[in-house]
Design a protein. Structure first.
Length: 48
């Protein structure tokens, strides 16, 4: 599984869990944070 697929999967899972959220902005912020953290982690591992 590639990086993009992993990030997309994480975002889809987060959206599925957050269907009842009243604060959509917070949910999107959480998804963005999760995507950036995952991408940085993979980039760091490849550099090492």
């Amino acid at each position: 599984m590639g990086v993009v697929e992993a990030v997309n999967g994480n975002i889809k899972n987060l959206l599925r869990r957050g269907r009842g959220y009243k604060n959509l902005h917070y949910l999107l912020l959480k998804a963005q944070r999760m995507a950036v953290t995952r991408t940085e982690f993979v980039a760091f591992r490849k550099a090492a």
